[in-house]
Write a new protein. Sequence first.
Length: 287
Amino acid sequence: MDIEKGKYWDVAWNPMVGCSKVSAGCRNCWAEKMARRMQGIAQRNLDQFMHRDFDGTAKYFGTVNEKGWTGYVRLEEDEIDKPLKWRKPRIVATCWMGDMFHYNGDALDVYRVLDSMERFGRPFDDWGNRWLGSDGFVKPHTFLVLTKRPERMREIVGAWLAGYAHENKRAEIDHIWFGVSVEDQKSADERLPHLQALKGVRPNMNTWVSVEPMLGSVVLYEYLDGIGQVVCGGETGPGSRPLVPVREFGLRMQCLGMRVPYFFKSWGGGKKDRRVDGVTWDDLAWV
């Protein structure tokens, strides 16, 4: 994890890929551009190496075309158990090459991803070995989930938790952070009530909000109670829209007033300096 460069996770894990644009924040989607690039690499592998997928890029076939995301969402079987190979605990950006709660994704596939994450919340793995950190204490991977479709996340995660309860079991999710992405006040008012409702199912559930790209002023006072983390950042890449400093200041003051950890990722627009008034804001609840 390279916090100095605004990176607040260690590794990406994409067992589900694919998406479609849903709001103004999606206009310059970095994941869409990356998926198109990966699909191009996969096509070259197909042309040159007789269908062999050397680098895992073939999973992006069909997810994008010349116009962008196609809305095709798929589960990649080879990725499901990948975190089992990481013996050192990591902070995992989960399904950020799409939206795992997209309506075109199969709910059963989402359950499998949730089950794969949940197993790391138990003190022992599937073979009876303890998950141990460098200091000898149990430290599972930390999974960061992010969606622009919180109404479906509320539905699926709620049903998933109810399934465990029906079997007289308790899903271990203290190491999973369920997040919602917003870009302005309209998207915040539409999406964050669903995150609050989901948290009502499990009051101690870890939840977070990503305001990236920040395209408008966002007032979150009524939503911040119980939120464990806020991340803010500007838009990056060609055609990026600027982040207005007074908007960032307003959001930061709200978080400080409510004592919610605040992480400022970047100004975007090619600006590498992450500092705000000469300092960086690197408060992360999951570190």
